[in-house]
Design a protein around this ligand. Structure first.
Ligand SMILES: Nc1ncnc2c1ncn2[C@@H]1O[C@H](COP(=O)(O)OP(=O)(O)O)[C@@H](O)[C@H]1O
Ligand SMILES: [Mg+2]
Length: 246
């Protein structure tokens, strides 16, 4: 690693055991540098969602440490964690949208807590909806949307406040190929602006790209870190662990 690079997510000997004895993550260490876009892959049950939840502080480690932007999550106060979370945009696997609020109200949340102006919020929301092919849904309640539309709203909400770190859990799970590429274009634009992204996915179409940095989890452990598909032969078999049901 270059000495002047800054580590955005620093995971050291992290384990997570759910009661009674489900070892979701076992002694993993991983660093994500500022400005990287990293794909977290692996079979269903590999521990991807658990890892993202530990990084945003909504789960606590059984052992080991998570540092985000230099903050050890086990040591920071509740209020510091809340302010750190304002710099992390999370697109959850199950979206977590407010069903009785409109698309625009859902997307505004992260910007409102950061005291963005009404003008900024309106413009940013409209821009994001246009980029995600949802411009006609601004005033629609999210409970009226299809799963694929809800997924895009969750992504828009995650990126809206221009966070330093985006955690996206299966962000293209309900999307067709065309819409998937709109989402990936948006993520690439965020990344070009300096945002660090960690994307949990089993969608090969998004991570089998030249220059993709891939971390593969299996059985709660890191099986592969930083695989560069640019150097891989075209026929390379990435292993049964990636062939999961979706
Ligand atoms: N809240 C929970 N309580 C108990 N077990 C859980 C919980 N969340 C996840 N697990 C288990 O931890 C393992 C990893 O799950 P998860 O992180 O959701 O994997 P992935 O996102 O890769 O599919 C699985 O065996 C899952 O059943
Ligand atoms: Mg998951």
């Amino acid at each position: 690693m270059a000495t002047d690079s800054k580590v955005m997510v620093d995971i050291t000997r992290l384990s997570k055991t759910y009661t009674p004895n489900i070892n979701a993550l076992v002694d993993i260490s991983l660093q994500v540098e500022q400005g990287e876009m990293v794909f977290l892959t692996g079979m269903s049950g590999a521990g991807k969602t658990t890892l993202l939840r530990l990084i945003c502080g909504i789960e606590h480690p059984s052992k080991g440490f998570v540092e985000v932007d230099g903050n050890d999550l086990s040591k920071i106060s509740r209020s510091r964690l809340q302010s750190l979370r304002r710099h992390i945009g999370v697109a959850y696997q199950n979206f977590k949208l407010l069903p009785d609020r409109t698309v625009a109200q859902n997307i505004a949340i992260s910007m409102e807590v950061a005291y963005r102006s009404r003008m900024f919020i309106r413009k940013q929301t409209k821009d994001l909806l246009a980029q995600l092919n949802l411009e006609d849904k601004y005033n629609i309640k999210t409970c009226k949307l299809s799963r694929g539309e809800q997924q895009r709203v969750a992504i828009a909400r995650a990126v809206a406040n221009k966070p330093d770190l985006i955690l996206a859990d299966e962000p293209t799970g309900n999307l067709d190929a065309e819409t998937t590429s709109l989402v990936m274009d948006l993520f690439h634009r965020c990344n070009l602006e300096g945002t660090t992204l960690l994307i949990a996915t089993h969608d090969k179409s998004i991570y089998e790209q030249p220059d993709s940095k891939v971390v593969r989890l299996g059985g709660g452990q890191i099986l592969e870190d930083g695989h560069d598909y640019d150097d891989a032969p075209a026929t390379m078999d990435h292993g049964a662990a990636d062939r999961e049901e979706s």
